[in-house]
Design a binder for this molecule. Structure first.
Ligand code: ZN
Length: 188
């Protein structure tokens, strides 16, 4: 009993470190920022599936500067809202009966038209202003023993993704895959 409790505690601690590093959304710099590419880390712990995506904002929003007009703001908000629809973006084995519990999406971009005037000139001045979008998802699966496959649908909803590097960490398995629009599922 004690061993089991200790093991669970360590697992929770590990997951926390893995998914929630101390720095805020905007400051986080994990992998290289390559347009078209994104990183997806997934941890499966019995019925709980935690997923974290880190992506250049351009893959999702279509640009990386703060929205400069109403149309850009509208498009950015629409894209961020779509990112929250985890049940559309992650298709797990249907028999596992996984349901989205929470989805959090953040970016260093300002989702307002009310930012400092000089930022509007970044593009004209030739600055390369990069931004990321980070998202975390928690799914709960009623029958985790039947969880053997994941199909990612990010490619369908956001056409700029070219490759998503996936790492899946399970109780006794670790699977890595590079998914593309033509090959969007991973078996584990
Ligand atoms: Zn960029």
């Amino acid at each position: 009993m004690i061993n089991k409790t200790v093991t669970n505690y360590i697992t929770v601690l590990t997951l926390s470190l893995f998914f929630f590093p101390a720095a805020g959304w905007a400051q986080r710099q994990h992998g290289p920022h390559v347009h078209g590419l994104a990183q997806l880390n997934i941890a499966i712990e019995e019925g709980d599936v935690h997923a974290e995506m880190e992506s250049p904002a351009i893959n999702i929003i279509g640009f990386e500067h703060n929205p400069a007009n109403k149309e850009e703001l509208h498009n950015a908000e629409k894209a961020m809202a779509q990112m929250k629809r985890g049940e559309q973006l992650f298709l797990f084995s249907p028999a596992a009966k996984c349901k989205l519990v929470t989805a959090r999406v953040g970016t260093g971009m300002e989702m307002t038209l009310d930012h400092k005037a000089e930022e509007h000139h970044d593009g004209e001045a030739g600055h390369h202003h990069h931004s990321d979008v980070d998202a975390t998802y928690h799914f709960s699966c009623a029958d985790p023993g039947k969880l053997t496959q994941l199909q990612v649908k990010f490619f369908d909803y956001f056409q700029r993704f070219e490759k998503i590097k996936v790492q899946i960490l399970g109780k006794d398995k670790q699977v890595g895959a590079e998914l593309t629009p033509q090959n969007n599922s991973v078996t584990f």
